[in-house]
Design a protein around this ligand. Structure first.
Ligand SMILES: C[S@@+](CC[C@H](N)C(=O)[O-])C[C@H]1O[C@@H](n2cnc3c(N)ncnc32)[C@H](O)[C@@H]1O
Length: 362
């Protein structure tokens, strides 16, 4: 028999539905056993519990209410099978265990086989065996169950990304961030976008697909990433992206004064590339989506932890642009938004900054 329950939910305009659904899922606030409903203009997203004030701000909630939902039969959870909640992420049909120091080999195998039997779409289970490292920002993984491969096809926000987990950088947890940035690109204007550290095209393809009249220059130094980027451009049927292999420091001059919008997703080192970014920005100025890693302080109250990192990132970017701005005719900098994108390490976060830069016309 069909079960129905009155649940707290978020009412959100349809165009923001997917973005908010993903944010709620990442924060583990979405009732995944209840069927999302919609009417002509709105989507209703069922919640696990009432939201705290800071969560409302973080998610950008429009309206909260109580509504009746169809509740689906519960699927067995991994913790019911293995007795604890393992940390893992899913890229395409590969599950990657992310916290392997805390479990032994026997438990790894138990988790791997439980994952494959609960999720029929998972064909490979691997575990992280190195941090993300080097110029190409790659990490090593070891396959512990299933097929012997690290190449897969990941689907996200209506785009397909073919990639090899060991040859390129890819983070499925940035899905809502990519969606957020793509949704800022004006459909009515012919925006020129430069993705300075494009990887397999995770930001670029989403933008190009969503806004066909835009043009994206997607650059990466890793030949494997550019090979996948080219393949992904074809797979997604987008024609408005130019894939370029190279070190941005050596090739940026070709793109001087080109961009209305620049994406700088190289969190630990993006500061070192600000001169190149400002030089590529259009002579009137434009928007920069900048990513940084900032730590908070041990001992700061839990509520203030993220605020400290956010302020550090804002102050650092403002100071750096002030330092080099004159050389690039920077007239003003407006920080449009600063937010925590995801945790990076204990007491450290990836912080995203959207900045609007105006230039004196030279
Ligand atoms: C953190 S990854 C981001 C990839 C992609 N934007 C994403 O979100 O999936 C950074 C990328 O920058 C590339 N990279 C690092 N240094 C570079 C440089 N000097 N010029 C161009 N690309 C570079 C790396 O190869 C890597 O693919």
């Amino acid at each position: 028999m069909e079960k129905r329950e009155n649940l707290q939910c978020i009412k959100v305009k349809k165009r923001r539905g997917e973005e908010i659904r993903r944010a709620l899922k990442e924060l583990e606030l979405l009732r995944t056993d209840a069927k999302i409903t919609s009417d002509e203009d709105f989507i209703y997203l069922p919640l696990i519990r009432a939201l705290k004030e800071e969560e409302k701000g973080e998610i950008g909630v429009e309206e909260l209410l109580t509504r009746e939902f169809k509740v689906l039969e519960q699927r067995k959870k991994i913790e019911d099978v293995v007795g604890f909640k393992p940390s893992y992420e899913i890229v395409g049909d590969i599950a990657v265990l992310t916290d392997v120091d805390s479990i032994n080999e026997r438990t790894e195998q138990l988790v791997a086989h439980a994952l494959m039997s609960l999720h029929k779409n998972i064909k490979v289970v691997a575990k992280r065996i190195s941090p993300v490292e080097g110029v190409f920002r790659k990490r090593k993984v070891e396959i512990i169950a299933g097929e012997n491969r690290t190449e897969t096809m990941h689907k996200e926000n209506g785009c397909k990304y073919k990639l090899d987990l060991e040859k390129v950088y890819f983070n499925p947890r940035l899905a809502s961030e990519r969606n957020r940035v793509a949704s800022q690109v004006e459909r009515s204007e012919k925006e020129e976008i430069i993705d300075m550290f494009a990887g397999v095209g995770s930001f670029s393809i989403q933008i190009a697909k969503r806004v066909p009249q835009s043009h994206v220059t997607a650059i990466d130094i890793n030949p494997d990433a550019v090979r996948y980027l080219q393949e992904n451009i074809k797979l997604n049927g987008v024609r408005n992206i130019e894939a370029i292999e190279g070190d941005i420091r050596e090739i940026y001059v070709k793109f001087r004064n080109r961009a209305d919008r620049i994406i700088m997703n190289l969190p630990k080192s993006a500061y070192l590339f600000l001169r190149e970014a400002l030089s590529m920005l259009n002579p009137k100025g434009g928007i920069i989506h900048f990513y940084d890693v900032e730590s908070s302080y041990v001992g700061v109250g839990k509520k203030k932890l993220i605020g400290v990192a956010i302020n550090k990132a804002r102050e650092k970017l403002t100071a750096k642009i002030k330092e080099v701005g004159e050389d690039f005719h920077v007239q003003s900098l407006e920080i449009l938004e600063v937010r925590k994108v995801k945790p990076y390490a204990p007491y450290a976060y990836i912080i995203g900054i959207d900045a609007s830069i105006m230039k004196y016309e030279s």
